[in-house]
Design a protein around this ligand. Structure first.
Ligand code: NAD
Length: 326
């Protein structure tokens, strides 16, 4: 019998691509999602596959998780809140959705005997570190958002479960991800702003924030590639952390120029908030990805291409811009 994969957040931006990628390799997949930010449409192709089963459920429900996970050996845990700014208005949300959600996933693994977890964390756990590009072993600077704090706490839980219960864990600290099925983030916000009034654009921050981005196909390929490589080594009781991103970064101003250029617009820019766009916005997020590159994985698309692909996808799927207002 082959390995059966469990994917939380299967209907989301990254999760749905991951599901498609696993299915394309003939894998058996159980997708688990509460559809809070995910979409049925993203699983349209997956649902045609006999090797795919979708379970509607919430990671806050341990019984539902355990029931759905039975028979699965590898767990990709992607479900949770990805809206970094929500923590300021709803401080409990990240704790419940991310940290306790991860705890419930780990407990379900203990109950069902699933032995491998792959987790999508964030490069924001490094805080505003002066060390850029930031390697995995960089000392952590103070946390500046409840989102990153909840991800770091999730990472710590994974480490403790790996040490205590013979699980192996892979933690991916991602930069922001772009590409088809993109539903949230700065490109969507700028697009939505321009849809309302294409003559001007409000920018949170001074536009000089420097950020790295990764294409969703490259992100999924990395997780997949590293899993295959590490599984061959049959490690137990250990955790590996990988930064995932590209070897480049851009300024928010570059990103605005590209987005506006693709749309054929020249909006007047209004900057608000100084060097930080909002509390928790890291003005320079750029990860050292040499550990991931050393495995043999490498990203195929650069940031400008990824922004173009994202804008094209949003233009072709305006219903997402309409629906996903935050
Ligand atoms: N997109 C990025 O730039 C980025 C960067 C760093 C880390 N991540 C992390 O990667 C993961 C996936 O991100 P994404 O961009 O695909 O986000 P997404 O919002 O598109 O996907 C999350 C999915 O999880 C589901 N979900 C949310 N809460 C749930 C719950 N309580 N129970 C069950 N399902 C639930 C949603 O319905 C959605 O389908 C998240 O954990 C996110 O924090 C994303």
């Amino acid at each position: 019998m082959g390995i059966k994969y469990f994917v939380t957040g299967a209907a989301g931006f990254i999760g749905s691509h991951l599901v498609d990628s696993l299915l394309s390799e003939g894998r058996e997949v159980v997708g688990f999602d509460n559809f809070s930010t995910g979409y049925e449409a993203f699983l349209e192709s997956a649902r045609q596959q006999p090797t795919f089963r979708l379970v509607r459920g919430d990671v806050s429900d341990p019984g539902a998780l355990t029931q759905a996970m039975k028979g699965c050996q590898v767990v990709f845990h992607l479900a949770g809140n990805d809206n970094m700014r929500l923590g300021l208005s709803q401080p409990r949300f990240d704790l419940e959705q991310n940290t306790l959600g991860t705890f419930n996933v780990l407990e379900a693994m203990r109950a069902t005997g699933a032995k491998t977890i792959l987790f999508t964390s964030t490069g924001n756990v490094y805080g505003e570190t002066p060390m850029t590009p930031t390697p995995e072993d960089c000392p952590l600077s103070p946390q500046t958002s409840l989102y990153a704090a909840s991800k770091l706490a999730s990472e710590a839980l994974i480490e403790a479960y790996c040490a205590g219960f013979g699980i192996e864990g892979y933690i991916f600290r991602l930069v922001s991800v772009l590409g088809e099925r993109y539903t949230h983030g700065h490109v969507m916000e700028f697009y939505r702003g321009l849809l309302q009034d294409d003559s001007k654009l409000k920018v949170l921050g001074d536009g000089h924030q420097r950020k790295s981005y990764l294409n969703v196909h490259d992100c999924v390929a990395a997780m997949h590639y590293i899993l295959e490589l590490e599984t061959a080594r049959q490690a137990r009781n250990r955790v590996e952390i990988y930064n995932l991103g590209t070897t480049e970064y851009c300024e928010i101003n570059d990103s605005i120029r590209w987005i506006s250029g693709f749309l054929g617009l020249t909006p007047q820019l209004e900057y608000v908030g100084g060097p930080h766009g909002w509390i928790g916005d890291n003005p320079f997020l750029y990860l050292d990805v040499s550990k991931a590159l050393k495995t043999g994985w490498k990203p195929d698309r650069n940031i400008q291409e990824s922004i173009r692909q994202t804008v094209t996808w949003i233009c072709d799927n305006e219903w997402v811009a309409e629906k996903n207002k935050c």
